[in-house]
Write a protein that binds this ligand. Structure first.
Ligand SMILES: [Ca+2]
Ligand SMILES: [Ca+2]
Ligand SMILES: [Ca+2]
Ligand SMILES: [Ca+2]
Length: 224
């Protein structure tokens, strides 16, 4: 993310999955008349498709005015946000702690948005703060799109699936998807990050390492 508020010109929602998503074709969900049965879904920790489409929520941040928001400003949509910081180096099964948590997030409005006019960014928009997303029920799929700035250097960004340990702000990393933040193409293919798990999780985190990066079109699927 290089610049901040400017006029909004285009609107696009959604987009295709990464090619890695095709690996998920190996995961077969057999849905019987009265029951769903998972068959052979491996925990690859990479991009995947929803394991079960029981209830999909979509948040595009476009119904509010830009500015700093309380982390629960979209609680009615099933998700709350916390700005904070986790260690840069993470791996599946790591135990991590979110430091300096702040129950706030910022909404920006410019043409970096995937869906016009708005997108979300961590509270301190010039740093490498991360954004914790806490869902109001167990989910097994989360996806989002990084901001669509046409002129920035590539920096690593990640989306993590997390499960709380029970200690304050402490989580176990269940899944990780990694991308670069300079993605910019008409279909937003490379802006896409997703994590999926047949074991439900309650939190996700959008991680930046070097500079702020926005995100848009957050999607999560309840496992219940
Ligand atoms: Ca939007
Ligand atoms: Ca960070
Ligand atoms: Ca970007
Ligand atoms: Ca960048």
């Amino acid at each position: 993310m290089k610049h901040y508020p400017s006029p909004i010109i285009f609107d696009r929602i959604g987009g295709p999955m990464k090619s890695a998503a095709f690996s998920s074709l190996l995961c077969i969900v057999a849905v019987a008349a009265f029951a769903s049965i998972y068959l052979g879904c491996e925990d690859t920790g990479t991009t995947d498709t929803p394991v079960e489409n029981s209830s999909v929520n979509f948040v595009n941040f476009d119904s509010v005015s830009p500015g700093v928001k309380s982390g629960d400003f979209l609680a009615v949509s099933g998700v709350t946000f916390t700005t904070g910081q986790i260690p840069d180096g993470v791996a599946v099964n790591d135990t991590i702690t979110l430091s300096n948590p702040a129950d706030q997030i910022e909404i920006l409005s410019n043409d970096d948005a995937i869906s016009s006019p708005n997108f979300a960014v961590a509270l301190v928009i010039v740093g490498s703060e991360d954004i914790l997303m806490s869902f109001d029920g167990p989910v097994n799929f989360v996806s989002l799109y990084s901001d669509d700035n046409p002129a920035e250097n590539p920096d690593i960004i990640r989306l993590l699936a997390l499960e709380p340990t029970g200690k304050a702000n402490e989580f176990i990393v269940m899944k990780i998807d990694t991308a670069f933040d300079d993605a910019h193409d008409s279909l937003h293919v490379d802006n896409y990050l997703s994590v999926a798990s047949d074991k439900p999780f309650s939190d996700a985190l959008f991680q930046t390492l070097t500079e702020a990066e926005g995100f848009d079109n957050l999607t999560f699927t309840y496992s219940r």
